[in-house]
Design a protein around this ligand. Structure first.
Ligand code: NDP
Length: 243
């Protein structure tokens, strides 16, 4: 389904991003993953992709919150893999805290990674997509950005901003054959949510009564990556929690 395409996935070394990288690779795409610090996870994911699916896979260490780091990384990916057809802005962090005690650093670092990071990557990738006369951008938001969440003012603001960014980019680039959509996961079992157990009160609010799997978000990403007539959409993968 994605043969001949190159997908760049930020935060692709672990969790949801890794599942998306594997799903796209299993459908024939060459893969560039961007990670921040965990060299072992990145090397492991790249080896797994190459061995299982025989496609090209390369890991790039970078900080998406830095405009220049994002610029250098996009250039390296284009030099190495020759094109970029799909960009998945998945890299994200949490630094939860109550608003009355949240530090400026907690707020700024989450906005810089989750929201500005996506802007940085889109800013440097879209000229390549424009020259290629097409492309697909998928931003991994969150139901927190739709509903809000106590203790996550920084995170929810970053994800709500990401949804606004998605819709604006979708409108701006639709005439250039570039689609831009968001996925809003609910609670997905990854390193990010390892502190949440099944007896957490939040768990009872999920109509499907379980956390989601990274692979279930990856299926939604594949759907969007292979849909040419969907843009500006926010697809929830949340077990029904944000109904
Ligand atoms: P993980 O913490 O498991 O993985 C995050 C990935 O992002 C890692 O690969 C990490 O790199 C990378 N990363 C973090 N900061 C940067 C940075 N500044 N530059 C480059 N890469 C960076 O997260 P999840 O898989 O759980 O989450 C993925 C996305 O999904 C996030 O945007 C998150 O907000 C969103 N999401 C997750 C939910 C969940 O329940 N898990 C629910 C809703 C949304 P490294 O490996 O080097 O540390």
């Amino acid at each position: 389904m994605l043969e001949g395409k190159v997908a760049l996935i930020t935060g692709g070394a672990r969790g949801i991003g890794k599942a998306i990288a594997l799903e796209f690779a299993s459908n024939g795409a060459d893969i560039a993953i961007v990670y921040h610090g965990n060299d072992d996870a990145a090397a492991g994911t790249v080896s797994e992709i190459r061995e299982k699916y025989g496609v090209n896979a390369i890991a790039y260490k970078a900080d998406v919150s830095s405009y220049d780091s994002a610029k250098d990384t996009v250039k390296k990916v284009k030099d190495d893999l020759e094109r970029i057809d799909i960009l998945v802005n998945n890299a994200g962090i949490v630094k939860d805290g109550l608003i009355a005690m949240m530090t400026e650093e907690q707020f700024t670092s989450v906005i810089d990674t989750n929201l500005k990071g996506a802007f940085n990557m889109i800013r440097h990738t879209c000229p390549i997509m424009l020259r290629q006369k097409g492309g697909c951008i998928i931003n991994i938001a969150s139901v927190s950005g739709i509903m809000g969440n106590a203790g996550q003012a920084n995170y929810a603001a970053s994800k709500a901003g990401l949804i606004g960014l998605t819709k604006s980019v979708a409108k701006e680039l639709a005439g250039k054959n570039i689609v831009c959509n968001a996925i809003a996961p609910g609670f997905i079992a990854t390193d990010m949510t390892e502190n949440l157990s099944n007896d957490n009160p939040l768990f009872q609010l999920i109509p499907l009564k379980r956390f989601g799997k990274p692979e279930e978000v990856a299926k939604a990403a594949l759907f969007l990556a292979s849909s040419e007539y969907i843009t500006g959409e926010v697809l929830k993968v949340d077990g029904g929690i944000a109904m």
